[in-house]
Design a protein. Structure first.
Length: 560
């Protein structure tokens, strides 16, 4: 058997995966297929075939490999692979719009509970289980095991970036903490030798070469609605726009955005140094990052400078921690003057609002509040479920208990975690007042769901942005709460730009009181018409005004 294992290793190094599969399947008796061989079989199936059938077959091999031995190194290696392939299958099903069972990860969680000590010490297992907790929207365990990952390997930059990002949902950190951890991440990001990098251009271009980098220039991401505002209305005699796409899967939205640009380049397959040199070669004057710590970020590119001026805008509403990120674009409502030292970037403020939505391509129609026909109040939130933390659930539950016959409508693409959210509302005794709406792929169908809502409830400390713009487009008032930093004041800025200060709560108790008061005096009926009439004239959707302010700001940055 030892001789056969040596031969299999030789074949593996020679990438003869089909031959290995044949040997393990047909030339080794079932009783002799130990955990190591079964694990190897699964790995070879994945390397040999990228189809869905291969993934399912490999998943079964990894399951058998773990169950065959348990508590051995080979078994734990197989368990890591089993978790990762299961998450991959989940992601593919989710991305392609197929329904995923609510208890999809229960088997993994069973194995996890049997081996918690090992998950805390092994980087591979901890990384794998974090992927599960993220998809289950288990914020506490996600943060706990990200911390464990960093304890095991302090140079795990993905874990550190994720730790910072996931703490935005919980609200336990103040802005000093975000800056502190972001600075640590910045220091650990790689610096590449100048000998391998093209020189930054010192040439003054005839026009401003303005670059945008993102992994999210696709139809499923909301950043496109804000990016389109500036791309669709600029002076091509003054500015050349370059798009740098960090996503292999381009779609019709990507193609639409490309049409607005002078040049577009997909850098998703490029290593860092090649990506830096590709962008530097375009002689970009101002480079704008649309991701921060979200998505498949490439902050290390900005650490090594892509342009003489670098700006963080739109996609991530907090500091990047990079000294090389020269500016962060905000507005007067988001960052107080006394707080500007808590951002590594120089805080620059647009006159009204930090971004403006491009709107939608079909006519609006005024919809009377559903209370008129239902005779009960319907609250709603279409925010991503990860924003609905314990405090949010407690506050919303208190509102439901105090507003007779009221309902709360929730909708998110994270359908697999409905059970988890439901349990929390059940614990608070208000589950019968909750309605979950199915995810809608078409934006028109999604927007129509706002017709069912009298009052939209914002999440905190991670406010909704796109969902608030959508609600307001449909004439639905949004109740929000004051925050403590850029990320948690987005709702405040949105409502202040609509002159709706009455819909900004001071704290959780005030949030509850304001929600109840809105239902008692039926002010929502007047608010709805007011919002509908004024939304498109407000800074939220005034594309021309915003575009003018944005490019004026770019010219000032360029002049400096």
């Amino acid at each position: 058997m030892e001789q056969k294992s040596t031969y299999l290793k030789k074949l593996f190094h020679e990438k003869k995966y089909s031959e290995i599969i044949d040997i393990i399947h047909n030339k080794i008796e079932e009783k002799d297929k130990n955990s190591g061989l079964l694990n190897l079989l699964g790995v070879c199936k994945l390397l040999n075939d990228s189809s869905g059938n291969a993934r399912i077959s490999a998943q079964e091999d990894f399951r058998k490999a773990y169950l065959k031995e348990k508590k051995t190194l080979n078994a734990f290696d197989a368990l890591k692979n089993f978790i990762n392939i299961t998450v991959d299958i989940f992601d593919i099903e989710f991305r392609e719009g197929r329904s995923v069972p609510e208890k999809f990860f229960d088997e993994i969680l069973l194995y996890f509970n049997e081996n918690k000590d090992y998950f805390s010490k092994d980087e591979g297992l901890a990384s794998a289980i974090v992927r599960v907790f993220k998809r289950n929207l288990d914020i506490d365990n996600t943060i706990y095991y990200l911390n464990k990952l960093i304890e095991v390997n302090g140079n795990n930059l993905d874990a550190l970036a994720s730790l910072i990002y996931w703490n935005t949902f919980k609200g336990d950190w103040d802005q000093k903490k975000y800056l502190e951890y972001s600075k640590i991440l910045s220091e650990k990001l790689p610096s590449y030798p100048n000998t391998k990098l093209f020189n930054l251009s010192s040439f003054k271009n005839e026009k401003i070469n303005l670059g945008f980098l993102s992994s999210d220039m696709i139809s499923t991401h909301s950043v496109t609605h804000f990016l389109k505002t500036v791309l669709a209305d600029y002076d091509k005699k003054k500015i050349n726009i370059f798009l740098y796409i960090n996503n292999k899967k381009e779609d019709e939205t990507t193609q639409e955005l490309k049409k607005y640009s002078f040049k577009s380049t997909n850098i998703s397959g490029l290593e860092d140094i090649d990506a830096i040199n590709t962008i530097r070669n375009d002689k970009i004057d101002i480079m704008i990052d649309l991701m921060g710590l979200t998505s498949d970020h490439r902050l290390q590119l900005f650490k090594n400078r892509l342009a003489n001026k670098q700006v963080s805008w739109c996609g991530y509403c907090n500091t990047t921690g990079l000294d090389q990120m020269d500016y962060i674009i905000t507005d007067k409502h988001l960052v107080l003057e006394s707080e500007e030292n808590l951002y590594s970037e120089k805080v620059i403020k647009l006159d009204n609002i930090w971004n403006s939505h491009a709107g939608f391509s079909y006519e609006r129609e005024f919809i009377i509040a559903p209370f008129n026909s239902n005779r009960f109040i319907t609250f709603g939130s279409f925010n991503n479920f990860r924003k609905i933390n314990e405090n949010v659930i407690d506050v919303w539950s208190s509102i439901l208990r105090n507003v007779e016959n009221s309902k709360l409508v929730l909708k998110s693409s994270d359908v697999s975690v409905i059970d988890r959210i439901s349990k929390k509302f059940k614990k608070n005794g208000v589950f019968n007042s909750i309605e979950f709406l199915p995810h809608k792929k078409k934006i028109s169908e999604h927007l129509n769901e706002y017709k069912k809502i009298d009052i939209a409830l914002d999440t905190f400390p991670y406010n909704g942005v796109t969902t608030s713009f959508e609600a307001i487009w449909m004439g639905v008032p949004v109740l929000t709460m004051k925050g403590f930093n850029f990320n948690s004041r987005c709702g405040e800025s949105i409502n202040k730009n609509l002159n709706l200060n009455d819909l900004i709560a001071e704290n959780e108790n005030d949030y509850i009181d304001k929600a109840i008061a809105l239902t008692k005096n039926k002010k929502i009926l007047d608010l709805r018409k007011l919002i509908y009439d004024n939304a498109l004239k407000s800074p939220l959707f005034d594309k021309k005004k915003f575009s003018k302010q944005f490019f004026s700001l770019m010219e000032k940055i360029y002049a400096k």
